[in-house]
Design a protein around this ligand. Structure first.
Ligand code: PMP
Length: 426
């Protein structure tokens, strides 16, 4: 078998540069929140496959459910021959979504697909075309979701033209000078400068911007967006692809909102590592597209449905929502203590276990330190810790560790992170 360097060379020779590679590591095996590479080196995994592994690597219940499903039927295409796990999962997802109204749900494969479908439904229901998304938001890499994404490099540069009728408002970000009032004013400005509110089908926002830097939407902002949507007949969409599935201490982050969205997109951790996504929402809106308008060959694969049902069981049995809150407290406390010792940590923030630190020069929010952030991540991987950065200024280190990780492992990760920060600061 080959070592990391040899495998990276093969990868480079055959694969395009556009598929990024954060670390020169090839994985051999993984358990819960630990990973071993092809050279036998162990890593603490704070990345969770980018928010996919809230139930950890190789959760025995998830793996057993998938194996059992594999032995029965693994593909029919749901629209041709249906199977119960798909329906059961929709029943569960509907029951878990907030909002005092009848709801429906259906399944897809990726987060981008869920977002695309939410927009299709909003357009079909309102007979309108325009969509408002937010600066710093991330919604996927397909043409429509790339258009919705509010960050040019690296996601959009060179890939246009983008679909028409997409407008970007400001996402509130107190640390970087965007107040809730500024953000709402930026939506009103779109109504004034770009498109009349009566032609807007949807406003889509992440409850916590994931790729954008773990900035949390303040409750008063969410309330104001809801009021604008109600006033103008606009569909409000919560993109919970990264924040959902228990990461923020509740099953959905929007459960902590003072108002309910009309449509919700989920993906990533609902499948425990198997590709599945969902759109959940108000029945009267969801029922608008006609038969054949929604779906996909692999959408809601039996394998992924079995995995997702097992994930829901694990959440109940292991009380992972409580664990998410506890992990959030542990990480926040640890990071706040670290911030006392290191001026470069300009902010510690999050919601539940969706926690991040923001690194700046001299602790000054106006001097984001993307270089230091990159060095910390590189020092960390050397020390056996997998970190992910994010943020519009590329200066945020986010934690997406499995919620099944032990306190001891979390403490080990925090210690490695601080050692990496010290080394990177020299
Ligand atoms: N929406 C959000 C909020 C995301 O974080 C992501 C992925 N990072 C996506 C959509 C796209 O999901 P996928 O990569 O599965 O298409």
């Amino acid at each position: 078998s080959q070592n990391n360097a040899e495998l990276i060379a093969r990868r480079r020779a055959v694969m395009p540069a556009g598929v990024g590679q954060t670390y020169n590591v090839f994985v051999d095996r993984a358990v819960n929140a630990e990973v071993w590479d092809v050279e036998g080196k162990r890593y603490v995994d704070f990345s969770g496959g980018i928010a996919v592994l809230n139930t950890g690597h190789q959760h025995p219940k998830v793996i057993a459910a998938v194996k059992a499903q594999l032995d029965k039927v693994h593909h029919t295409c749901f629209q041709v021959l249906a199977y119960e796990p798909y329906v059961e999962l929709c029943e569960r997802l509907v029951a878990l979504a907030p909002g005092n109204f009848a709801k429906k749900a259906f399944l897809l494969t990726t987060g981008a697909e869920a977002v695309e479908n939410a927009i299709k439904i909003a357009r079909s229901a309102t007979k309108r075309q325009a969509v408002i998304a937010f600066g710093g938001g991330f919604h996927g890499r397909t043409l429509l979701t790339m258009g919705l994404t509010g960050k040019v490099a690296p996601y959009k540069a060179g890939f246009g033209p983008f679909p028409a009728e997409i407008y970007h408002a400001k996402y509130p970000n107190a640390m970087h000078g965007v107040s809730v009032a500024d953000a709402i004013a930026s939506i009103e400005a779109i109504f004034k400068y770009d498109v009349e509110a009566e032609r807007v089908a949807a406003i889509i926002l992440e409850p916590v911007q994931g790729e954008g830097g773990f900035y949390v939407a303040p409750p008063e902002f969410v309330k104001a967006v809801r009021a604008l949507c109600d006033q103008h007949g606009i569909v409000m969409i919560a993109d919970e692809v990264q924040a959902g599935a228990g990461r923020t201490g509740t099953w959905l982050a929007c459960e902590q909102w003072p108002v309910a969205p009309d449509l919700i997109t989920m993906a990533k951790s609902i499948g425990g590592g198997f590709p599945i996504s969902a759109v959940i929402g108000k029945a009267e809106i969801m029922d608008k597209p006609g038969p054949g308008g929604l779906g996909g060959t692999y959408a809601g694969s039996p394998i992924a449905c079995a995995a997702a049902l097992a994930v829901l069981e694990v959440f109940e049995e292991e009380k992972l929502l409580d664990r998410s809150k506890a992990i959030g407290e542990l990480l926040t406390t640890g990071f706040q203590a670290m911030a006392q010792r290191h001026k470069s940590i300009a902010d510690v923030r999050g919601m539940g276990a969706m926690v991040a630190i923001e690194l700046c020069k001299n602790g000054d929010p106006h001097q984001p330190d993307a270089e230091l952030t990159k060095r910390v991540c590189n020092e960390a991987i050397e020390r056996g810790l997998v970190l992910l950065s994010c943020g519009v200024y590329a200066n945020v280190i986010r934690v997406l560790v499995p919620l099944t990780a032990s306190d001891a492992l979390l403490q080990e990760g925090l210690k490695l992170l601080e050692e990496s920060l010290v080394a990177a600061s020299q």
